[in-house]
Design a protein around this ligand. Structure first.
Ligand SMILES: O=C(O)[C@H]1O[C@H](OP(=O)(O)OP(=O)(O)OC[C@H]2O[C@@H](n3ccc(=O)[nH]c3=O)[C@H](O)[C@@H]2O)[C@H](O)[C@@H](O)[C@H]1O
Length: 440
């Protein structure tokens, strides 16, 4: 409409003049129109590029840009902060015994995290939990553990170890003396399905945590969960801390081994006191549903068949199964003997402690015997499906030499597999019922 009206009023009365002007006017209008269209188009393109750059670009290898990128992401999902939240954080972290610690426990809603948090609280340490409640396994079980801890006054902050802004805030609110770092992507076989989750939690998350810890003043001492899987394809038994750890059989193992090297770096450059604990197939009440003893129990009760692995030539697959209470004692021992970090504000002031310990049971049990024990305890015959150990990260056996932990902090496991599984089965049945109908 506008265009034809404009065309009309520009009908030339003096053709010569308007001959010149009309095309000129039209041309100018068309030029404006196409200019505006182009401007709009390129503005959209430009804004699109900005969006892609900020929200989709992968983190670079520069840790500060990793943390700024991740903290930017965290702004979108921030569920923490405010006076009430800070009050809860402070109250949970409050030390209630003479010479107690104030401990930040990452992965507090996890299996080991829950037990360690409860034990620390019982002896009067201040405990603040941190957990992202991811759905690697049933989050309802994590929530139930959270409720358990809440009843003893432990607050679990919901957040990710990759959230630099959150970690910074926590250290502003509380001067943690120690960090018990148990948050991780666990499980050996799942690494083939979701490799990036291992990098995200076990490497990027660990680095993010260390970046924060190195900068705070005073720096906390850090005890963290490594794994027996770092021994990989080693054949010399029992596994000793002095043995090689350069042949991991799974990405999980590789990320834990990387964690040990990263710990070395932060200890060397920044004076952080770091202790890695190599856990050996930890089991017990409130355990992890992805682990064999747990889903074997569930499936035996349901009458479903269970895959029992064997190695080449019908060889035995065995694990140095370690009961949770023994592991908790080891964690507390490591914490109690951890020396202070020596740096402050990102600068090292002297040599700091760097340790690694096996926390195993020193008595490996074949997986077929584990099944026999469960059959007796559950009073149900298992439908065993014997199969060759798949090439998915599993190793044929583990066996810990624990003399180092014994010497350093008197670590001495006392629970055999039968006794430990009896306690697990009792918990399992009380939590899920006889399990025949449950689906978790
Ligand atoms: O020590 C560790 O650092 C690791 O311990 C644990 O790994 P694993 O020792 O592999 O435990 P888990 O899966 O319970 O398999 C137990 C046994 O059952 C066999 N197994 C397993 C599955 C199956 O279907 N059949 C079977 O026979 C299997 O071959 C194995 O012999 C933790 O999960 C891991 O996060 C890490 O902490």
């Amino acid at each position: 409409m506008k265009l034809s009206h404009m065309d009309n009023i520009n009908t030339p009365s003096t053709p010569g003049k308007f001959k010149m002007e009309k095309p000129n006017y039209n041309h100018r209008f068309r030029w404006h129109y196409s200019y505006l269209a182009k401007l709009t188009f390129w503005s959209f393109v430009f804004m699109g590029l900005i969006f892609i750059f900020f929200f989709k670009s992968p983190p670079t290898s520069n840790p500060s840009s990793i943390s700024s990128d991740l903290s930017r992401r965290s702004l979108k999902t921030r569920s923490w902060g405010g006076p009430d939240w800070e009050k809860r954080v402070k109250s949970s972290s409050k030390i209630r015994s003479k010479s107690g610690f104030s401990v930040l426990v990452t992965g507090a809603a996890g299996f080991v995290g829950t037990h360690v948090s409860a034990a620390l609280k019982r002896r009067g340490d201040g405990v603040l939990g941190l957990d992202n409640f991811n759905d690697y396994y049933d989050p309802a079980l994590k929530r139930a553990r959270q409720s358990l801890l809440e009843r003893s006054g432990i607050f679990i902050v919901e957040g990710d170890i990759n959230d630099a802004a959150l970690l910074k805030k926590l250290f502003e609110v509380v001067h943690f003396t120690h960090v018990m770092h148990l948050a991780a992507q666990a499980g050996v076989r799942y690494a083939m399905q979701n490799p990036n989750s291992y990098i995200h939690s076990n490497i990027a998350g660990f680095v993010n945590l260390l970046e924060i810890c190195k900068n705070v003043n005073p720096q906390p001492a850090i005890v963290w969960a490594s794994s027996s899987s770092v021994y990989g394809l080693n054949t010399k038994v029992p596994f000793s801390e002095k043995d090689r750890t350069d042949q991991p059989a799974s990405l999980y193992a590789a990320t834990k081994k990387a964690g040990e090297e990263i710990a070395h770096t932060y200890n060397h450059i920044y004076g952080l006191s770091l202790t890695g604990l190599r856990f050996f197939t930890v089991y017990g009440p409130w355990g992890r549903p992805d682990m064999a003893y747990f889903f074997f129990t569930k499936d035996i009760l349901k009458g479903k068949s269970i895959p029992v692995f064997e190695s080449a030539n019908h060889g035995t697959v065995a694990r140095d199964f370690t009961y949770i209470d023994d592991v908790v004692k080891g964690c507390l021992g490591a914490l109690d003997t951890a020396e202070k970090s020596t740096g402050s504000g990102g600068k090292k002031r002297g040599a700091a402690q760097l340790r690694v310990f096996n926390l195993g049971n020193t008595s490996p049990v074949p997986v077929s015997d584990l099944v026999s024990i469960l059959e007796k305890l559950l009073k149900v015959k298992a439908k065993r499906r014997t199969m060759k150990l798949p090439r998915n990260g599993d190793v044929p056996f583990t066996h810990a030499n624990i003399s180092l932990a014994q010497r350093e902090f008197g670590y001495k496991p006392t629970t055999d597999l039968h006794t430990g599984l009896k306690k697990f089965v009792r918990w399992y049945v009380s939590y899920y019922g006889s399990g025949k109908k449950s689906d978790h």
